[in-house]
Design a protein around this ligand. Structure first.
Ligand code: HEM
Ligand code: HEM
Length: 178
């Protein structure tokens, strides 16, 4: 029978859909950020990849909030490790959540105080202001740097799952999320 909730031996269907669905969406979001950073302004590939950055970024923020609520609901009966590696995994997951929330939130707060405003899927959420607010602009300048910090932690997370758990330790950590 399909198990929706998490158990100490395995993540349930809901957590696995959140995890792998959002991993794909993050890959697309980092592709758009990389294109913004690396390609010349006149590149059509840059335009195409950048065209969804705001909407997908805001969607990821909504999804991570739902995923966080589901994670807290399931916290007591999720798979967990004891010892130093267990604490490192918990710290790594907490850092991923903190950045998955902070990175898009900073830019949305920045847009709320800007002369451009913010629209989501064509719906105006914050109207354009006549004058920009200084502090919202300042904090939103951290968005790009923290976005790259998130990308580095994601790479560390994938290496820990694949190289440490799957290749070196050969335990069942990858299987319980698969
Ligand atoms: C989890 C979601 C997000 C991630 C991982 C992410 C990641 C990034 C990264 C890594 C950059 C740096 C690109 C470069 O170096 O050129 C960037 C730039 C940018 N992002 Fe995002 N982003 C997200 C959500 C958003 C949202 C929701 C908005 C709009 C409300 C947004 C607007 C921008 C803008 C305007 C830039 C241009 C450079 C800057 O102003 O910092 N992003 N993003
Ligand atoms: C190929 C890509 C990925 C692989 C192989 C992978 C693998 C895994 C594995 C095996 C676990 C369970 C670890 C444990 O129980 O100790 C896990 C959990 C987790 N992963 Fe990933 N992951 C990938 C991509 C990502 C991405 C892109 C993110 C976020 C940006 C992410 C965020 C998380 C989080 C927050 C958890 C904790 C459980 C949860 O709340 O969902 N993962 N991952």
């Amino acid at each position: 029978m399909t198990q929706f909730a998490d158990s100490p031996h395995r993540y349930g269907l809901v957590t696995r859909i959140f995890h792998w669905g959002m991993a794909l969406l993050f890959a697309a979001q980092f592709a758009s950020a990389a294109a913004h950073w690396a390609l010349p302004r006149e590149s059509t590939l840059r335009d195409t990849l950048w065209s969804y950055h705001f909407n997908l970024g805001a969607t990821l923020l909504l999804l991570v909030l739902l995923r966080g609520v589901w994670g807290l609901w399931n916290l007591r009966h999720r798979p967990s490790e004891s010892g130093l590696m267990g604490s490192a995994a918990k710290a790594g997951h907490a850092a991923l959540y903190a950045l998955m929330i902070t990175v898009p939130a900073l830019k949305i707060i920045g847009s709320a105080g800007s002369t451009r405003g913010f629209s989501y899927l064509g719906l105006q959420i914050f109207p354009a202001r006549e004058t920009a607010i200084g502090w919202t602009n300042t904090i939103s300048e951290w968005h790009g740097t923290l976005g790259w910090v998130l990308a580095v932690i994601v790479l560390g997370h994938i290496s820990a799952a694949v190289i440490w758990h799957q290749v070196i330790k050969r335990d069942d950590v990858l299987q319980r999320m698969a």
